[in-house]
Ligand binder design. Structure first.
Ligand SMILES: [Zn+2]
Length: 302
């Protein structure tokens, strides 16, 4: 896990902070919110063994129920128990998430029968990545079809298929951005058209305002190391989306779901921008101060 969770009990209640283990920086984490709520429940239940037992199944609370050294010790035991459980709550099986997102994006026409692929870091070993297989029909992909590779693209142990031929785009991003958990690559038609028609990406809705102009990398042969480097470089230290000219869209995020949601937002925005351009209409954009405020808030979402 890259995040360590710190619990602080103050006059305003309990707060859980997610701190990046490598950089020491505090990050936004859905898990932190969930764990704060769980921890409050544990503290409330601290003097009531029946209440604590009711939480069994959510957390390993044996340490709490076995402690009979008073409220302070129970409190500490509650924290220990939930810290041990913390990293798991925000990490569903990445294979399930990839299969679900693939079906969703396939139904929306953003992933085609053989075009587009999704990857996510392994829950226990972040230097390993689950990725869509090569040459498998994406319409009925199952979690068992996914391939586990290392960050150089080598399959780990026996795998059902070869990894996606575009794995280098995924692994290069994971190597350069340790905080990112998932990469979604689609052959999104309107995002692709946006780059092909040299149309700027504009903040025409509160959702679209989160993204700055999305960088475009020139056409580079798919599957090459060169393309992987170009995409990771265009993404930079804080970007989340890149369009590959004459090819498709790449979106990276803190989970498969987040990256998938952002893919939908970008594609819907590109569709509106392309239609407005066809109609010869200048897109009305949000006021700059609103865009700035939304971008600040949106940074928490990626
Ligand atoms: Zn592709």
């Amino acid at each position: 896990m890259r995040y360590r969770y710190h619990v602080e009990v103050g006059p305003d209640g309990v707060r859980c902070r997610a701190v990046d283990q490598e950089t020491g920086q505090e990050g936004a984490s859905l898990a932190a919110d969930v764990l704060t709520a769980l921890h409050e429940a544990l503290v409330r239940a601290g003097g009531d063994p029946a209440g604590i037992r009711a939480l069994e199944g959510v957390l390993d609370v044996r340490a709490v129920t076995q402690s009979d050294e008073g409220p302070q010790a129970r409190h500490q035991a509650a924290m220990d128990a939930y810290l041990a459980a913390a990293p798991r709550t925000d990490q569903p099986d990445p294979r399930e998430a990839i299969a679900r997102a693939t079906h969703e994006l396939f139904a929306a026409g953003l992933i085609t029968p053989t075009g587009g692929n999704i990857s996510a870091r392994d829950t226990d070993q972040p230097s390993r990545v689950w990725i869509s297989p090569s040459q498998v029909y994406k319409g009925d992909l199952t979690p068992d079809d996914l391939v586990l590779i290392d960050l150089d693209g080598n399959p780990i142990g026996e795998q059902p298929y070869s990894p996606s031929s575009e794995f280098r785009v995924h692994t290069t991003i994971f190597k350069s951005r340790p905080e990112l958990e998932a990469v979604v690559h689609t052959h999104a038609p309107y995002a692709t058209l946006l780059a092909m028609t040299n149309t700027p990406f504009l903040p025409i809705s509160s959702e679209a305002a989160y993204f700055r102009d999305i960088p475009v990398v020139p056409f580079i042969m798919p599957g090459t190391e060169e393309l992987g480097f170009a995409v990771a470089e265009a993404l930079g230290r804080s970007g989340v989306a890149v369009i590959m000219q004459n090819h498709g869209l790449v979106v990276a995020g803190s989970s498969v779901q987040r990256a998938t949601d952002m893919t939908h937002v970008i594609e819907a925005t590109c569709k509106k921008l392309i239609i407005m351009r066809q109609l010869g209409v200048d897109p009305p954009v949000l006021p700059p101060e609103v865009v700035m405020m939304l971008r600040r808030a949106g940074r928490m979402m990626a």
